[in-house]
Design a protein around this ligand. Structure first.
Ligand code: TYM
Length: 327
């Protein structure tokens, strides 16, 4: 039996990037031979300031999206991080075996703190909390996008360090990163990653955008002046990004896409990308809208928290025993 764990921050509405890089794999990882934990990581979200009402709305919305994607709450455990106190408790222990140097080397910390006058200390200690999420459940596999690779490496390092120093308690998790689409780029600045916290909403397609918004955003995506649909990430980042999006939404190969648009301009190409995205996201958004206000969602999250707490508390107890938190 394999244990799968992954999480998404409710720091905004998930984007097409989150979907292509991670979310699309969540339902297919539910097999007879696996147990999946899918978490709404609201404690990670507050490492940067969040509006209270928006955080609440986004938390619910992300949980509804998980179910709308096809995660089956009878097979998988869907829960909210702050409802399982063991995450913060283990995070503290893992902070105590992390060094400031290794946390400062995390590129996400460097990016988020660059140019800021002051940042929360939790932005630096974010990775031990992520490690706690994963290690509490004896996780074997963590499906994530490319930007989480370094955090996963640190998780493995911390697990190995703990096991060596105290007791062989933690499973060393493997990262699973897709070959295609693990880094979807901004529609307005294709040299930058697509991000749900981008100040410019034209830079990303949100999973809850209307069909009209999706079409408008894809049509105004930055490309180049060449007018040829050819894959070249360095020289044609905008077009290549749209090709990756089309490829993952339609399962066509890059060669097939190049051949299909050989004698056509960007107009036809962008139209087809927009329709492919509408066809992929539209049904998920519609199911989300039905679920988000339902009491069914509360029942799922209550049950999820109960199941997660049971597993997490057991692991935390082992950790406490190993480090001497006993009388
Ligand atoms: P977050 O909320 O930033 O992103 C959620 C998932 O989406 C992936 N992703 C992308 N994939 C492709 N292209 C993009 N432009 C793109 N942007 C984001 C991310 O890699 C991620 O898989 N630290 C995590 C949340 C987390 C977590 C965990 C993940 C907390 N604890 C434990 C796995 C296991 C984060 O900030 O993801």
């Amino acid at each position: 039996m394999k244990t799968i764990f992954s999480g998404v921050q409710p720091s905004g509405i998930p984007t097409l990037g989150n979907y292509i890089g991670a979310l699309q794999y969540f339902p297919e990882m539910q097999t007879d031979d696996s147990h999946c934990f899918y978490c709404v990581v609201n404690q990670h979200a507050i490492t940067v300031p969040q509006d209270k009402a928006e955080l609440k709305r986004n938390t619910r919305s992300l949980a509804a999206l998980y179910i709308a994607l096809g995660i089956d709450p009878n097979k998988s455990t869907v829960f909210v991080q702050s409802e399982v106190p063991a995450h913060a408790q283990l995070a503290w222990v893992l902070q105590c075996i992390s060094t400031i140097g290794e946390l400062e080397r995390m590129t996400q910390y460097k990016d988020k703190s660059a140019g800021a006058e002051s940042v929360s200390s939790a932005l630096l200690t974010y990775p031990p909390l992520m490690a706690a999420d994963i290690l509490l459940y004896g996780t074997d596999i963590v499906p994530v996008g490319d930007d989480q690779k370094q955090h996963l490496e640190l998780t493995r390092t911390l697990a190995e360090r703990f096991n060596k120093r105290f007791n062989e308690i933690f499973t060393i998790p493997e990262v699973q990163i897709a070959k295609e689409g693990a880094r979807i780029m901004s529609l307005q600045h294709p040299e930058k990653k697509m991000s749900k916290s981008d100040v410019n909403p034209k830079a990303y397609v949100s999973m809850l955008d209307t069909d009209a918004q999706i079409r408008k955003k894809i049509k105004s995506a930055v490309t180049d002046s060449e007018g040829v649909v050819v894959f070249n990430k360095e020289e044609k980042p905008g077009v290549s990004n749209l090709m990756t999006i089309l490829r993952t939404c339609t399962k066509q190969s890059i060669a097939e896409i190049e051949a299909a648009y050989a004698n056509k301009g960007y107009g036809d190409f962008k139209n087809d990308v927009a329709e492919a995205v509408v066809a992929t996201i539209g049904p998920i958004r519609d199911r989300h809208d039905e679920l988000v206000a339902s009491t069914e969602l509360d029942r799922i999250l209550d049950e999820g928290a109960e199941r997660a707490n049971k597993v997490a508390r057991k692991m935390l107890r082992k950790v406490e025993k190993a480090i001497g938190f006993t009388r």
